[in-house]
Design a binder for this molecule. Sequence first.
Ligand code: ADP
Ligand code: ZN
Ligand code: ZN
Length: 761
Amino acid sequence: MQAARDAGGRRVKIAACFWSPRVSDLILRLALPSPLRRLFDYLPPAGTLPDALQPGMRVRVPFGRRELIGILVEVAEHSEVPADKLKPALQLLDGQSPVPPAFFSLCLWAAQYYQHSLGDTLSWALPVLLRQGEPAEARQERFWSATADARLDDPRLNRAPRQREALQTLAQHPHGVAHALLSKLLLNKDSLELLREKGLVEVEVRRHASAPRPTSWLAQPELPLNPEQRSAVEAIRSGFGGFTAFLLAGVTGSGKTEVYLQLIRETLEAGKQALVLIPEINLGPQTLARFERRFNARIALLHSGINDRERLDAWLAARDGEADIIIGTRSALFTPMLRPGLIIIDEEHDASYKQQEGLRYHARDLALVRARQEQVPIVLGSATPSLESLHNAHAGRYAMLRLTQRAGGAQPPRFLRLDVKSRALDSGISGPLQQAIGQTLKAGQQVLVFLNRRGFAPTLLCHDCGWLSECPRCDARMTVHQRSRELRCHHCGHSERQPSNCPTCNNVDLRPVGAGTERAEERLAILFPDVPVLRVDRDSTARKDAMSTLYTTVQRGEPCILVGTQMLAKGHHFPRVTLVAILDADGGLFSADFRASERMAQLIVQVAGRAGRAEEPGKVIIQSHLADHPLLVQLTEQGYFAFAEQALSERRGAGLPPFCHLALLRAEAHKPGQAEGFLDEACTEAEQLLSDFKLHGVELLGPIPAPMERRAGRYRAQLLIQANARAPLHRLLSTWMQRLESLPTGRAVRWSLDVDPIDLF
Ligand code: ADP
Ligand code: ZN
Ligand code: ZN
């Protein structure tokens, strides 16, 4: 029997013994979808057999005036709730637990570590339809087929040509045609019904047949590996069958994906399943197509673009071992597998692995926990590993594997730092950069211009009175979106029509200040009228076919300019791009966020990695007002790893992560001061607990107003907790959260805890 502690520190049995003789004596302890960090006691529904109860089963219960679906965590014999207050549950929804024990353990671990309610965690980790009570079985479908003795020359069909045609089509599908596919095959349901009445057609209800295991998993030959790739594959293969963590640090284009593919093939051959997590932004058709082309395998896809039904089907297929490869974004981490064999986290440094609301988990960190629980190897891949992962590799927790060469012989790009101090910038583009772009286009090649700011300009300014387009709900400026004639706040989503006169002085001389992608696009189109200029950002790709238009143009290979945000930076292959221009590298060097320089370096290297992937070598021009900044110099002259070592030693000196552990308590409220008031009390409670428990090495910093104090009409403040070690931090957090739940001041504010925050804003 496994045991653990719930968020309240109580023991929670994961697999309890349920063999009490009388069900009426039993108490069901349920996790309910509620933010409260506790379990809820109910009596079993009338007529329940005690043997029928398994942890993980879904139970419908009355809750206030509503009904909720909870998850059975354990069965107890006593409850602290008085007997006359205990309510019977309404219904058991499952005949057996829909979730395997491993799923349960992972959720339990996540709830404890991130100090989140177990009920919320479980219900969030389940597909929506299961949360809503849908049966947890793969969907049954009706299949139509011709009966064994049906004949096309049956005389009853002489005067029914449409029925004969339908029978003919059906006869071509000996395994039957799924009901959902009838219309695709131009089969008419009425004709089929008539045929059925004649006994010529039959209907069977069953699951989609599990495809027989293919004789070869490969649909396409593999590339012969280069020596670095081969030793990486061999090292990871030797870890099969148990838990080992590998950090595959390979420069962009070094063939990491090829390494993944060959490891997956070996996993499939061993009869196991592979889980591949990719960042939100990488879910381009290119990545998927590569997996689909390579394997004769059933691939389950889980990402934000699928509907609830598709998600449930994919989840069930993975759980039941019917999907061989599971590919998805962050939340796909929770997909159960019948025969787990390998976990891969591509671009492990990517910030989209951290969920920023509700259960604030980091999918990479949780994937390591899962790999350890399920005893499978895990591969973290990146050209620009996070400082956390590099630190873990240095400490011997991860085995580091390096791929230093681009596969297929492409040269690494050359970097050029372009000092733009006191240079005129035309929509963000300096004179020397314009020339370089012109030369590249003239040589018949393509250019990528990177600017991590969408919209036309970050601010609208009145030249007469100094009015600025401030958001009425945030301490932030609204971005000018010229195309739609709007001002939009990128923090709260508020938007207004762009004014033609100053709202304060009525002057008409309103000027956009600074440049976003829309402005750069517009300007480049004027400067280089003979080539297509294509913009890629969240606004432009809202149009469904935008990405495919882009690919078609780029693949044609003729000169063109791509302008975009980080959507352009990752996972794409643009073989004809030989010049990458980074319009503004200053943000990462000025920011108050200690992670800003790491992010900037990763972004520069990733964007640079798009250049010169084929025959022609690439060039990267970085515009900056701080072109001689040591971090920028180190990055461009000695590469990412030199930068990372430097940045790590700075973090060590400053006592910042990964050399300490952080948790951030955030609060927001409608009235100024309210959030801070709550945090003040929280701080006092924490100090009390630290002294009661005699915990050392934990510091409370704050409360302070959040860097953007007002957002979406709410006033925000935060309290940072910094600790030398995890144990005292978590000891504090679990009791502290219970206390905060009962603070009356907590009711008027919205508060949340973020363990290992990656964004301190
Ligand atoms: P990464 O994932 O590290 O960016 P990819 O796996 O996408 O790298 O490889 C980059 C390019 O090099 C791809 O076009 C891929 O087909 C090619 N490639 C990878 N491995 C090899 C190899 N061993 N031999 C030849 N080409 C390779
Ligand atoms: Zn004005
Ligand atoms: Zn706003």
